[in-house]
Every structure is written in structure tokens, then in C-alpha cells.
Design a protein around this ligand. Structure first.
Ligand code: SF4
Ligand SMILES: [Zn+2]
Length: 369
């Protein structure tokens, strides 16, 4: 961490030409940011994510979606939508919240991480200071909610890129979505500040978070943040302070986070901090972006991770990005019988009560039906 509390050096903050700065101010997608402090010399500190960038005038934050204009911080992605689809919630993946429901899913541009294996790098690493191309520029929160309702969706998810940098938009949209009776879901890398959660917490139902590794070395080398610590603290806050439904994902990258000790530590952390009924999705890595030389995760590695997770006490470990029969089904940990059958994105609820309990013996499954 640097002396100013940030984890970002000035040289990682993109310079924005002054002609571009004056053009941006009149645009509908440019809106004053939430959660920033004014520092000396017209610098500002952004407190939306844990990078806490200290941004001088005419520069953009690390995610390139926040820009300092004359000592005020602005978001450049308000209402900027790069993708919008009505998806099954299982695709997030979220398995224990309104199973089988449709979730209107939107993403924008930019990210606060720089994962070497990012599957969405075209939007995540895009120059969001001047968003262009295929983006819809003005999907207001009102229109987002209307589209969700028009498509018969039961909820809204912010996903595809990182919602943790999109607070100005997710907050307004989440408030309206809740008023309209929709549920709300973040699909997040979890690198958000407590202040961010304090704002969105009352309006967010589901927190689907990546726990990529317990090793700071993994986060430093492949993700370009100093430590996993902040991700874990935010997940605990989401669960305990804000009572969100939390599900975790770990993408197993051969040679990087597949050693048994690491897998065991992740599972043990979830059991201890989020509870043994927390769903854990262990997913297959495919060679991508900067990591084309790493092979896809073997099925046996995933199956072993599932065994290790169960040994640590997790009751619901699912295998994703791979077709292994029954690896996505929900079985009751008490009576061992099938409760929800999943194949691809088709979901069949077999035996679930209206309260989300096992339909066979009434056991608690941590499911919101
Ligand atoms: S949201 Fe962007 S500008 Fe703000 S702290 Fe995070 S990376 Fe930096
Ligand atoms: Zn049962």
C-alpha cells in the first residue's frame, strides 16, 4: 500500500487530454462519482473499490471508468451497457437463489482487476474513458428495470464486467429494481470497499463472489492486486452485515491454484466464515488471453477439489464449465435425495418446499425458493 492509502501508482493512471476532458463533461454517461475524498492539489481519492486510487486532475483511475475533472471525480460509464441478456440465474452461476428463475443481466466496460486469464477482456480492459463501439449509451435505470420486467425476469444482475466499479449506476438501478419487486445480484470479484457495501447493501440480495486463491502471490502475479484479504473481508460483510445470499466461485488454474493445500484452505475459509451451507462452484479453466500455455483443468482435478471441499465440511460443491453427470445437481445433505436436477442451463426442481427446504425431510438447504 502507498502512503496515500492507495494501491495504485500514478503511472498506472491514464492521462486524459484536456480536449477530451471538456467533451466528456456534457455527455449523458458522465456523472459525478459517489464515495470520493478531496485531497490537496485537486487530487481525489476514489473509495468505490479497494484500489482506492488517488487521481490527479485530467487522469483516470486504474479501472479507466473514473476521471478527475478539476478536482471532482466523474464516472464515465453511467448507463453505458456493453451487453444485456435475460439469462437463467444458474448461468451466473447462482444455484440456491430462486432456482430456475430468469435474471436480466447487464454489463458495462472496465475492471479494477487485470486477470491474466480474463475471459471478458474485450469489455473489461476497454478504454472506458471514451466508451464507444457497440455500447448502448443511455440505458437509464428506469429502462433497465422496464426491460427486466418486459422479458419476464424475476431479477436483475450486474455482471460480465465488474459491478464493483459501477456503483453510481448499480445503486440507482437496484433501488428501482427492488421497488418493482425484482431481486438484485452482483457477480463480482469482491474487491469492493465497506463503504460501497454500506451504500448498496440495503438493495442487494445476492453476492456471487470469486475467491480465486488463498495465496497473495496468486493475486499479485495473475490478478495484479496485493492480496486476497480485502475480497474475504467484503464477502463476510455481505453475508453477515447485509444478510445477502452469498455463493462463491473458484476457477481452478492448473499449476497456479490447484494444489490441495490451497483448495482446502479456500473451502475451510468458506465453512468458517460464510457457513457450511454456502454453495461453492469449482470451475474449469480454459487457456485464454495471456495464459494460452496453461492446459484446461483436467476433470480429475475438479473432482478432487469437490472431495476436498466436502472433507472440509461444505455441503454443496458444484463443478462448472464441464459436463460431469450429476455434478450440478443439488442433493439434500440430510437425506441425500435429489432436490434440484440441473443439466446445462435447464433446471428441474424435484423436491423443494416454498420455504426452500428439502421437500423430502424438511432439512435446511440455504435456498431462497
Ligand atoms: S473504482 Fe476505479 S478509480 Fe475507483 S478505486 Fe477502483 S479502480 Fe480506482
Ligand atoms: Zn432431505
Amino acid at each position: 500500500m502507498l502512503a496515500d492509502g492507495s494501491v495504485v501508482r500514478d503511472e498506472d493512471l491514464t492521462e486524459v487530454p484536456s480536449t477530451e476532458v471538456s467533451r466528456l463533461l456534457g455527455m449523458p454517461n458522465v456523472k459525478e462519482a459517489l464515495l470520493y475524498d478531496t485531497l490537496g492539489g485537486r487530487r481525489v481519492r476514489c473509495n468505490i473499490c479497494l484500489r482506492r486510487c488517488c487521481v490527479p486532475p485530467n487522469r483516470a483511475g486504474y479501472c479507466r471508468t473514473k476521471i478527475n475533472i478539476a478536482g471532482k471525480l466523474y464516472s464515465t460509464i453511467y448507463g453505458v451497457v456493453s451487453a444485456a441478456h435475460a439469462d437463467p440465474i444458474e448461468k451466473k452461476p447462482v444455484f440456491h437463489y430462486k432456482p430456475g428463475s430468469q435474471c436480466f443481466s447487464v454489463g458495462s466496460l472496465g475492471c479494477n482487476f487485470r486477470c491474466a486469464f480474463c475471459q471478458n477482456w474485450e469489455i473489461a480492459f476497454a478504454d472506458a474513458v471514451s466508451p464507444g463501439g457497440l455500447c448502448e449509451f443511455n440505458l437509464s435505470p428506469e429502462r433497465l428495470v422496464k426491460q427486466a420486467l418486459d422479458t419476464g425476469s424475476a431479477g436483475v444482475a450486474w455482471t460480465y464486467n465488474e459491478p464493483g466499479i459501477w456503483l453510481e449506476y448499480t445503486l440507482e438501478s437496484a433501488k428501482l429494481a427492488k421497488q418493482a419487486g425484482l431481486y438484485t445480484c452482483y457477480v463480482t470479484n469482491g474487491y469492493v470497499t465497506p463503504e460501497h457495501l454500506e451504500m448498496i447493501g440495503p438493495y442487494l440480495d445476492v453476492y456471487r463472489v470469486d475467491i480465486k486463491s488463498m495465496s497473495d502471490d496468486f493475486y499479485r502475479k495473475l490478478i495484479r492486486i496485493p492480496s486476497v484479504k480485502g475480497v474475504l473481508e467484503s464477502a463476510r460483510l455481505a453475508k453477515h452485515r447485509w444478510k445477502m445470499h452469498v455463493e462463491c466461485v473458484t476457477n481452478i488454474v492448473p499449476g497456479w491454484n490447484d494444489d490441495e493445500e490451497n483448495v482446502r484452505r479456500i473451502a475451510a475459509w468458506i465453512v468458517e466464515n460464510l457457513g457450511d451451507l454456502t454453495p461453492w462452484h469449482v470451475t474449469r479453466f480454459f487457456p485464454y488471453a495471456e495464459m494460452m500455455d496453461v492446459p484446461a483443468t483436467p476433470a480429475g482435478t475438479l473432482e478432487k477439489a469437490k472431495r476436498v471441499g466436502e472433507e472440509e465440511g461444505l455441503k454443496f460443491v458444484y463443478l462448472g464449465n464441464i459436463r460431469i453427470p450429476e455434478a450440478e445437481n443439488t442433493y439434500c445433505p440430510s437425506c441425500r435425495r435429489l432436490v434440484i436436477e440441473r443439466s446445462g442451463y435447464s433446471t428441474r426442481v424435484v423436491a423443494l418446499t416454498d420455504e426452500g427446504k428439502c421437500g423430502h425431510d424438511g432439512a435446511d438447504l440455504n435456498i431462497t425458493a
